[in-house]
Ligand binder design. Sequence first.
Ligand code: XLS
Ligand code: NI
Ligand code: NI
Length: 436
Amino acid sequence: MEYFKNIGKIKFEGESSNNPLAFKYYDPEKIVSGKPMKEHLRFAMSYWHTLTGEGSDPFGTGTMERPWNELSGLEKSKLRADIGFELMEKLGVEYFCFHDLDIAPEGDSLKEKNKNLDEMVAYIEGLMEKTGIKCLWGTTNAFTHKRFVHGASTSPNADVFAYAAAQVKKAMEVTQKLGGENYVFWGGREGYETLLNTNTELELDNLGRFLQMAVDYKEKIGFTGQLLIEPKPKEPTKHQYDFDTSTVIGFLRKYNLQDHYKLNIEANHATLAMHTFEHELNMARINGMLGSIDANQGDLLLGWDTDQFPTNIYDAVLAMIEVLRNGGIAPGGLNFDSKVRRGSFEMDDLFYAYIAGMDTFAKGLLIADQIVSDGKFDKLMKERYSSYESGIGAKIVSGEVGFEELAEYAQELGEIKNTSGRQELLENILNQYIYK
Ligand code: XLS
Ligand code: NI
Ligand code: NI
């Protein structure tokens, strides 16, 4: 069955095209710095925002006009899967990401839920085989159901901890079965509202224990995917434990998990933490922990996770510079953890949304590649830090001097001379690359 009868495969038509159903920049096989564009970008569809989101908000019900709206149970899940794979195939999106709950109905018990999952996994395997589409990552939804009201692995209720473990166990098995290249932990409700009722020390220790159990189980079943943690500073709880990249890295080191986990950085979560997207990518990269990306963008005027499709070229360029400097993002990828606006409720809107996001990152990659290969910024950066290459700076870096030697040296200094940071000059240069 073909659902989008009037939309064929989306093709690359180049900058001069006015066809809204064509790529202007995303040319999957084009070689950029030694490999095809699609291998740099590794685009993925988020199953939840694309197929299960209904467009509801705290003031109104769902608006999305979806052909599965009238269906229920496994029938609904199957139609979603069929249409999701058609959408990916036509867009040339080669990966998908999912929560267990996205692909199969919950059922009345854990047993039934797992049975539904098995049936849907077999069904999706068939679609994967037919289309060649792969699984970038899987995860579990341990935040929607009311049992997770006080958290999952950080719940004060040990039964909830156990239930969450059962869910992750199954979701990891399912991800392995689907050949998933990563497994993601986003904190969900792992956080708190008030210290008046919260033992943060026990909750964090439990989160550490939980993530260690995940490592142990991964090794036991021989799952080879990369484990990822996705930071987010707030929403749904006031204080999310996985606040931002640096917090997560500190946490991983405290619980000796740093060799087993990397980070999945989401643009909108970065800005909610009052960081730029590129700051978070950079912090993960310099610590050797940049694993994958949730590509989206927030709204400067709204203080929550609006998860919009990314269209900001500056953000895309600065993000792709980090990806290139990281030597690529594989086995991670660029998952569009993005949703169409509530007012964009027709099925075709999904195409326009993905095309916008893919073109933005394709153009971002092209510009970032020029910037990195020209090396202009590198050269200026090297000059800026050149005082560490000889003299006292070189001695600081090599560990040859301490406070006493430095104090002696400083005493002999006349007035210290600094040089300009030249931020505006650099911004002009960046603009030149972007405007071209
Ligand atoms: C929510 C998160 C979520 C994760 C997967 O804000 O971005 O969608 O990516 O659980
Ligand atoms: Ni996300
Ligand atoms: Ni998010």
